[in-house]
Ligand binder design. Structure first.
Ligand code: ADP
Ligand code: MG
Length: 372
């Protein structure tokens, strides 16, 4: 894959310069209905405002419990990020929330299953539509990687026996003794994943195969919160490279652009004490909290404008998650956090925690930079 050349700063509309935060409230589901839970999360009509007890929070967008991730959510939150890729902006979509709040449902795991309306499949479709419309002027290359971070270790979700056809990379198997995947930073600040599978994809089908295959490989663990509890951060990354076929003098286009979109299904945000964990499981819980804690601290450091102007330290290095997202969170990027919540009264405490965390994220100020 070609290496991006040094980044240069451009100005962007004020609207582009902050992290967008949306809240997605799923409907009451099976268990909650059986327990006759009450809906305790109210949406203020006509406003992106959520009320929980005496607390009230305003976000960029709020999506009520009317079912699957709608095309409106995609248009509002993710479509601008896909468009931005074509101008060289990195982007990150983060799904945050307690286990069972609908993160995976919102992000989607492919076209075949019940999650087909998810944001990732919609992003893929939009990406390929745009590529098709620009193919005459521009040559595109697409790569995807899919990793998870579990217990502060990076695991390749694509590096197993696979059916993926991608430049002869199919048929890969997990090799015993393979060196661990390492997060590296190039001299111009680009974060790379050394040792992870990067699949070159040419079609929507190839890309969705990667998503489906990796989603199946994702590790899950059992806790008393939810027996399908996801204890890892899963990061599906699409890298788009563009080479202009014709460069004319009056064209403002660049010869080469490279940008990536991280689609992140974060680990459950619930605290370790609620999982009733111990032993190994507890260790996993502690590590997962480390990633989310670091993400919160990075977000907080980025949001403190005064400190940022003074060149304050942003603690990206405190976790693998923040290290990996370093060049796509706060700098060369557009970021959207989708805070997923359950409406059920039994989850009110965790829902409040999620709303507070998401509210804090709204203060991040990004300074978009274009990779040229
Ligand atoms: P998480 O990934 O946050 O642990 P899931 O995405 O697995 O949560 O969702 C938990 C359960 O809730 C699943 O059974 C899922 O199908 C259901 N669910 C989540 N969001 C919705 C929604 N918007 N509409 C209907 N069911 C949903
Ligand atoms: Mg999940």
């Amino acid at each position: 894959m070609m290496e991006a050349t040094p980044a240069t700063t451009t100005t962007a509309a004020a609207d582009d310069c902050c992290v967008k935060v949306a809240v997605h409230i799923r409907p009451l589901i099976g268990d909650e209905k059986l327990q006759a839970c009450k809906d305790c999360v109210a949406v203020v009509p006509g406003k992106p405002q959520v009320q929980l007890g005496t607390h009230s929070f305003t976000f960029d967008h709020v999506y009520g419990s009317s079912g699957s991730p709608s095309s409106a959510m995609f248009e509002d939150c993710v479509s601008p990020l896909v468009e931005g890729l074509f101008q060289g902006y990195n982007a990150t979509v983060l799904a945050y929330g307690q286990t069972g709040s609908g993160k995976t449902y919102t992000m989607g795991t492919g076209f075949k299953d019940g999650y087909q309306a998810g944001l990732i499949p919609q992003a893929m479709t939009a990406l390929f539509n745009k590529i098709e419309s620009l193919q005459d002027q521009t040559e595109f290359q697409l790569h995807v990687s899919f990793i998870e971070i579990l217990k502060e270790e990076v695991r390749d979700l694509l590096d197993t026996k696979s059916e993926i056809s991608s430049n002869g990379q199919n048929g890969k198997v997990n090799l015993p003794g393979k060196p661990p995947i390492q997060i590296r930073e190039t001299s111009n600040g680009v974060i790379t994943l050394a040792g992870s599978t990067e699949c070159s994809v040419k079609t929507l089908k190839e890309m969705s195969d990667c998503l489906e295959h990796g989603s199946l490989s994702r590790a899950t663990g059992s806790t008393n919160m939810n027996n399908q509890s996801s204890r890892s951060h899963a990061i599906f990354t699409i890298t788009l490279e563009q080479m202009n076929k014709t460069i004319s003098n009056d064209s403002m286009c660049d010869e080469y652009l490279c940008a990536k979109l991280h689609l992140v299904d974060l680990a459950g945000s619930e605290r370790a004490k609620r999982t009733g964990s111990d032993g190994m499981r507890f260790k996993e819980g502690v590590h997962i909290n480390k990633g989310l804690l670091a993400l919160g601290n990075v977000i907080s450091a980025l949001g403190d404008e005064k400190k940022r102007k003074e060149g304050a330290h942003v603690p990206y290095r405190d976790s693998k998650l923040t290290r990996l997202l370093q060049d796509s969170l706060g700098g060369n990027s557009r970021t959207v956090m989708i805070a997923c919540v359950s409406p059920a009264d039994i989850n009110a405490e965790e829902t409040l925690n999620t709303l507070k965390y998401a509210n804090r994220a709204r203060n991040i100020q990004n300074k978009p930079v274009v990779n040229r």
